[in-house]
Design a protein around this ligand. Structure first.
Ligand code: HEC
Length: 210
């Protein structure tokens, strides 16, 4: 290739880059829409993995917008937390404490929301994947804070019970963009199951508090 041809080739490559760059700037919204459309076309509802998981709600949209920092501006975070707190359905009988033994099984079970599970099968809470819960556990995740001795250090009162119920029902009500799943809001755990994990954290007899 002579010099002249080289220069033309370089110019063409440069122009292509600029065009590609502009396209990326102007059409990120279109690209997102196209990606979701593609996933909806290729992904089929099966078992407990359903297509509604592809539609972002207000929380997911806001948290995606600030995904790089993982933090919303203060005002927006407060607004979002208030709106999410209003979604919490507290038990009609006003009782937040279930059975810690049932709660322990739920906390140590990672089943739920997967394609190979029957839509009617009960899910687990998978809490151990992110939290330490008891001394005897062989393994646990550390994405979330340790909950070992939670009741002992935070208290066993009814206000604390109500807080843990609401936190498990919808963590976004207290921490915008938390990575903890919204167990009640998304119908992953039933009211009774949430009461049982509340007991796991707040019953003085539970291994969490030994
Ligand atoms: C995918 C990871 C993940 C899973 C699964 C998870 N959590 Fe969390 N959890 C977190 C993170 C991260 C935080 C800290 C941020 C926040 O407060 O939301 C947290 C915070 C909490 C808190 C608040 C602690 C405090 O000091 O007030 C409680 C209570 C809690 N989790 C209970 C549970 C229970 C019970 C389960 C199971 C039903 C569970 N979590 C499942 C990630 C998780």
């Amino acid at each position: 290739m002579n010099n002249h041809k080289l220069r033309i080739a370089a110019l063409a490559a440069g122009t292509a880059l600029v065009v590609a760059g502009c396209a990326a700037l102007t059409s990120s919204h279109d690209a997102e829409r196209d990606a979701v459309a593609l996933m909806k076309k290729d992904f089929h509802s099966r078992g407990q993995a359903t297509l509604d998981r592809l539609d972002q709600d207000e929380v997911q949209k806001a948290c995606t917008r600030y995904a790089e920092t993982g933090k919303l501006p203060e005002g927006e975070a407060q607004h979002l937390q208030q709106a999410q707190l209003a979604t919490v359905k507290y038990p009609a009988d006003g009782d937040y404490l279930g059975d810690w033994k049932a709660g322990e099984k739920i906390a140590q079970t990672g089943k739920g929301k997967q394609w190979n599970e029957k839509p009617t099968a009960k899910a687990g809470g998978n809490c151990y994947a992110c939290h330490q819960l008891a001394k005897h556990e062989l393994s646990y995740g550390t994405i979330g804070p340790s909950l070992y001795h939670f009741g002992r250090t935070r208290g066993y009162g009814v206000d604390m019970q109500k807080y843990v119920y609401a936190k498990v029902y919808n963590p976004q009500a207290f921490t915008a963009c938390s990575s903890m799943p919204r167990f009640g809001y998304h119908g992953i755990l039933t009211e009774q199951q949430i009461k049982d994990v509340v007991a796991l954290l707040l019953d003085p007899k539970s291994p969490v508090n030994q």
